[in-house]
Design a protein around this ligand. Structure first.
Ligand SMILES: O=C(O)COP(=O)(O)O
Ligand SMILES: [Mg+2]
Length: 221
């Protein structure tokens, strides 16, 4: 891909690991939930490798690691609820934008591109975090992991956006940090750009073969 943005009309951004480094707050909430159910905290480094498939799977991975086996449905439900309560209380104590994010969004917005957010994070957390970080005004639509019946790596959220804004998928771009973003983008017929600094279960994102890898979002513009 020459110019990553050539002909692009709509850009769908992933949130965690792409626009924001949210693991410190996610890990604090996971650890508090683990302690609530009398298990040992996991710490940021491990939580970093578990983020990417939404809150339910995050807690399932944390409990499986702590127990050495899959958790019961009841335990998982309790820990998930506790996690949501803790994260709701402190969603952005230590969450930070990656360098150049605000400037890049500003420039893309200024060019008249339709900017959207497609995250697997529960929808309820999106606006408080975007608002706190001052980037809520850039997005025409925000979809969370629980907004539609299916989430990334399923292409459903991306197809939804391309239909909502009536933009052909080949003029749409997905920008993300994980194999789920690249898979969803490819399956929806979007072009794909990946960043290598986020959360991809400890794997290099190049293995997912996005159209382009950029070291920083600033390289998009
Ligand atoms: O909450 C997650 O599991 C991942 O969120 P993301 O899709 O914004 O990376
Ligand atoms: Mg991500």
């Amino acid at each position: 891909m020459g110019d990553a943005l050539e002909g692009v009309l709509l850009v769908a951004f992933d949130l965690d690991g792409t626009l924001i480094d949210s693991v410190p707050d996610l890990a604090a909430a996971v650890d508090a939930a683990l302690i609530d159910v009398e298990l040992a905290p996991a710490g940021e480094a491990r939580v970093r490798d578990w983020v990417g498939n939404g809150a339910w799977v995050l807690l399932e991975r944390a409990l499986t690691d702590a127990l050495g086996e899959a958790p019961s449905e009841v335990l998982l439900k309790t820990a998930h609820e506790r996690f949501l309560e803790h994260y709701h209380r402190r969603p952005c104590d230590r969450t930070r934008l990656y360098p150049g994010v605000t400037e890049t969004l500003k420039r893309l917005f200024g060019r008249g591109l339709i900017l959207c957010l497609v995250t697997n994070k529960p929808e309820a957390f999106i606006h408080p975090i975007l608002e706190h970080l001052g980037i809520d005004g850039f997005f025409s639509a925000c979809l969370g992991g629980d907004t539609l019946p299916r989430r990334k790596p399923d292409p459903m959220p991306l197809r939804h956006l391309s239909q909502q804004f009536d933009v052909c998928p080949s003029y749409c771009l997905m920008v993300g940090d994980s194999r789920h973003d690249v898979a969803a983008g490819k399956a929806a017929g979007f072009r794909t750009v990946a960043v290598p600094y986020g959360y991809n279960h400890g794997e290099p994102i190049s293995l997912s073969e996005p159209d382009l890898v950029v070291e920083s979002l600033e390289q998009l513009v």
